[in-house]
Design a binder for this molecule. Structure first.
Ligand code: COA
Length: 392
């Protein structure tokens, strides 16, 4: 078996959907930018790229990866779009690594792209009638304990209830997430991974969007405590806009090659993809699904929780990483060290790629080590990827 190594990374800053900087930049433009930049940073000839695999979760079909491949000058690389809901960007990297490890491909660009600001609103003919209705792809059958389109109950609340996490626990997690993301921005921790987006405003003027804009400098326990819960009719409900992830825009991509290809072409492996796992659980337990995916991925890597120096467990809601830490005995000090969904935001199909990119760069600053990137995904799923950054 070959080893799959990450030789370059590029991501846009994360924008706040509808109110933010990427309001009028669609997922195709974002994808093209990061695919092209990841290849440019790798310093490879675009013609050696065998494939482009991109996560997309909101665009309702179509092959956004082929679009980005052509636009980024990778005409000879075909392109395939992946959808595992929130874990789509992670699924793309898993697929790319698998293809390299089996020796089928040598160089693959993989990641994810998301524009909540411009996601299409679909319509379809209502079955049994000639009427046309608004339509949004269901993740699973709608039930009271797992509403189909309301993840605050299906994911956030159910995970908090099952693990006894209070509103204060969730708000404290969210506050620390913002504090860490802001500290990371101020320390320049994200500079190396970000490719700025040149944005044209509606009046024709332009600006360079180069910094994640979702983290809040001014938040506090007092402000978080004042936010209204999303379901006041449910007794004790604790999920608010403050301890939920945001609605966001952004894209991220990495170039993966075999170790042999990297060595033959003088490319420095930034990280090695060691193992991964994806799992299914009942939809009402989606928020706890990382608890199943993480040990499975670690087992495949031949590692245990104690071997991991750094974690990102996506804050789809603050309850998700808090529950995983509680149930798996993970030290939360080394989880979401630079923030996560509550603060940096959760651009659905980008997030898996963004997490792997951010962990890679942070581990390099620390002189190497192993990290796990994990996340739940709508419909009762979760994925986890184990990476290792070699010591310099
Ligand atoms: C939770 C959610 C519905 C909130 O949407 P929203 O109402 O547009 O969110 P906003 O950012 O406008 O926040 C609402 C209010 O809370 C405030 N707020 C949000 N986060 C805050 C924080 N950390 N500190 C202080 N105030 C905060 C906002 O300022 C806003 O106040 P305002 O109404 O006075 O302007 C939306 O972010 C969401 O759906 N998140 C989950 C996404 C999801 O399910 N992803 C998939 C995961 S499985």
């Amino acid at each position: 078996m070959h080893e799959a190594v990450i030789v370059s990374t590029a991501r846009t800053p994360v924008g706040t959907a509808i109110k933010g900087s990427l309001l009028d930049v669609d997922a195709f433009e974002l994808a093209t930018l990061v695919v092209g930049e990841a290849v440019r940073r790798a310093g490879i000839d675009p013609d050696v790229v065998d494939d482009v695999v991109l996560g997309e979760a909101l665009y309702g079909g179509g092959d956004i990866a082929r679009y980005a491949a052509i636009e980024a000058g990778l005409t000879n690389a075909p392109g395939v779009a992946h959808n595992r809901h929130c874990a789509s960007g992670m699924a793309a990297i898993q697929t790319a690594a698998a293809s390299i490890m089996t020796g089928m491909d040598r160089v693959v660009v993989a990641g994810g792209t998301n524009s909540s600001s411009t996601s299409p609103r679909a319509k379809r003919r209502k079955p049994g009638t000639d009427d046309v209705e608004d339509w949004y792809s269901p993740t699973h059958r709608n039930t009271p304990e797992a509403p189909n389109y309301d993840m605050s109950v299906t994911v956030g609340w159910n995970a908090a209830v099952k693990t006894g996490l209070s509103r204060e626990d969730l708000d404290a997690w969210a506050l620390r997430s913002h504090q860490r993301a802001v500290a990371g921005i101020d320390a320049g921790a994200f500079k190396e991974e970000i490719v700025p987006v040149e944005v044209t405003r509606r009046d024709g003027t332009t600006f360079s969007f180069d910094t994640d804009e979702h983290p809040r400098r001014d938040t506090s326990m007092e402000k978080l405590a004042k936010l209204r819960v999303l379901h006041p009719e449910i007794e004790g409900f604790s999920i608010t806009a403050g301890n939920a992830s945001g609605s966001n825009d952004g894209a991220g991509a990495v170039v993966l090659t075999s170790r042999e290809f990297a060595e033959a072409n003088g490319l420095e492996p930034l990280a090695i993809v060691r193992a991964w796992a994806s799992v299914g659980v009942p939809p009402a337990e989606t928020g706890l699904a990382p608890v199943k995916a993480i040990p499975k991925a670690l087992d495949r890597a031949g590692l245990s929780i104690q071997d991991i120096a750094l974690w990102e467990i996506n804050e789809a809601f603050a309850s998700v990483p808090a529950a995983a830490c509680q149930l798996l005995g993970i030290d939360d000090e080394i989880v979401n060290y630079l923030g996560s969904g509550c603060s940096l935001g959760h651009p659905i199909a980008m997030t898996g790629a963004r997490q792997i990119i951010t962990l890679t760069h942070e581990l390099r600053r620390r002189g190497g080590g192993k990290a796990v990137s994990a996340m739940c995904a709508g419909g009762g799923m979760a994925s986890a990827v184990v990476i290792e950054v070699p010591a310099p």
